[in-house]
Design a protein around this ligand. Sequence first.
Ligand code: 13P
Ligand code: SF4
Length: 309
Amino acid sequence: METTMSTTRQLQDEIIRLKKEKDICILAHAYQSHDILEVADYIGDSYGLSEKAAVAPQKTVLMCGVRFMAETVKILAPEKKVLLSHSEADCPMARQFDAEKIKKLKEQYPGYAVVAYINTTTEIKTVCDVCVTSASAVKIVQNMKEKDILFIPDCNLGAWVAKQVPNKNLQLVSGGCPIHAGIIKEEALAVKEKHPKAEFLVHPECIGGVSEMADYIGSTTGIMDYVKKSTHDEFIIGTENSIVQHLQFECPEKKFYPLSRKLVCHDMKLTTLADVYHCVKGDAGEEIILAEEVRLAAKKSLDAMLRLG
Ligand code: 13P
Ligand code: SF4
């Protein structure tokens, strides 16, 4: 079979056959390529993927995304075999902080609750109080009983949350997504000028100077849902460029313009359809193994996220 598969469709058919035969659930983040989304059981943003982790009936979960997403599944569903589609697929923001740095910050801000973006390592999840995602951060921070909050690692997401929850005192620490935060205001102004009729949709990982011009700010799924409901015909997409491609498939009658051609997450792009095939076949993919005491310590902040979100 291996050497005779020549088309994307044939490879996809074989993946679908193998995942059923081997009881594998394929979870795919929305930044994965379109051919991968077509074989996934569930596509979503970080919050949606976390919710699906525990309820998927299959014994094995293949996470097509980056490391922290696969680790989140393992933390929430330890009885499942969890595979990361490509062992080098990591989110660079997830490693911007370590437990030692958090310890120092806690000493600097005694009494503050620590809120960590889910784009963090499992180690960070063991020392924070609550995790948040872009889709759930505002609601979670609003629902927390604490007023003083140390928000790590994405200061752009944190600033966006702080604006919407003015009754809370958010302390932001420098950190963020190197891809989204690399887009400057002048680039956004130029694209808006080129497409004056387009609605401007951005991910909250963008800098404040870019977000403040947006018609909508939200998670990857939030952006896609917004487009489907909007009566507008043209959109500038201020997040990873795969979302432009997915939207073109889903809404072929509408027009989509990338905010910048630099909005490419190379870690998210590491996984190919051939990798997915090899993972379901059983000769690729990294199995996520976590020490039980670490998993349990990290689970508290994810449980709090699902409870408050
Ligand atoms: P979402 O939760 O919005 O999918 O964001 C994840 C991410 O890594 C965005 O860069
Ligand atoms: Fe991480 Fe940014 Fe890539 Fe999202 S786009 S996975 S935050 S590096």
